[in-house]
Design a protein around this ligand. Sequence first.
Ligand SMILES: Cc1cc2nc3c(=O)[nH]c(=O)nc-3n(C[C@H](O)[C@H](O)[C@H](O)COP(=O)(O)OP(=O)(O)OC[C@H]3O[C@@H](n4cnc5c(N)ncnc54)[C@H](O)[C@@H]3O)c2cc1C
Length: 281
Amino acid sequence: MEFVQPVGWLEALEAKAAHPGALPLWGGTDVMVDVNFARERPEAILDLTRVRELAEWEERDGTLRVSAGVSYARAIAELGDRLPGLAAASRTVGSPQIRNRGTIGGNLGSSSPAGDALPPLYASGAEIELASARGTRLVPIGEFITGPKRNVLAEDELIAGFQVRPAGGPQQFSKIGTRNAMVIAVCSFALALHPQERRVGTCVGSAAPTPVRADDAERFAAGVLDWDGGSPPDEAALTRFGELVAAAASPIDDVRGSAAYRRHALAVLARRSLAWAWSER
Ligand SMILES: Cc1cc2nc3c(=O)[nH]c(=O)nc-3n(C[C@H](O)[C@H](O)[C@H](O)COP(=O)(O)OP(=O)(O)OC[C@H]3O[C@@H](n4cnc5c(N)ncnc54)[C@H](O)[C@@H]3O)c2cc1C
């Protein structure tokens, strides 16, 4: 297997154009599992870990730009105040070793419906920056992921990172697993409140072919929340919100849980998340 190791971003883009079949690698926590189980036999590996530009993040003109090589550990330590939902999700990923190696960019690249970094990015309306030697384009995350482990990356493109506005209000992430750590989500739920715009962002993880926003639940919550007075939503509103979130999912029965359990759990997660988030405002 050929091993390509560019040391700069332009060199990386040129290398991808020259070797469209090369499989990009950062932390390798998905790639190496696939290679070791012979699910992947790429003609070449494109190791991006020497590309320093991919390990940076910055805030400019009210927008955060986080490069693909930022790890979960760094998202927790460095971005927790700006992106609390992503930091909360990052805390649930794997083990300390996986959080040190694994990256948000790698989670995007894998495009698994169970990827834990994805629901917070949907709930806060992130855009994914895709780059090639031809240029750069920004794609809303909901259009970037097209199916289980499928996305719109062209064969000469790399994920440069993502752009998102820092949290304008409370954010929550909750995840159900079959145990407390080192676990793939049975289902998960992310919530972002945008009090200034009186808007609610949501996303259901691991309960549909891709992460999905619960549009009806978002509209319902935006309408019933007492944005001016601040009084907490009543039980009936929380229950209805949970029902609408569960209805947005299209879960399957599998080894991790039944479809019925996932819907039930999502309703509970959503109800609790809204109450928690509201009490933090
Ligand atoms: C023990 C264990 C526990 C885990 N626990 C969790 C968990 O709790 N939650 C969770 O969501 N995931 C979990 N994972 C999966 C994995 O850690 C994550 O998906 C992680 O985000 C992958 O990041 P990485 O940098 O290691 O990606 P890599 O393995 O290097 O790459 C992953 C994919 O993204 C592509 N890619 C990487 N960078 C780029 C780029 N810049 N441009 C284009 N494509 C790119 C690769 O080609 C590959 O297809 C776990 C994995 C292991 C082994």
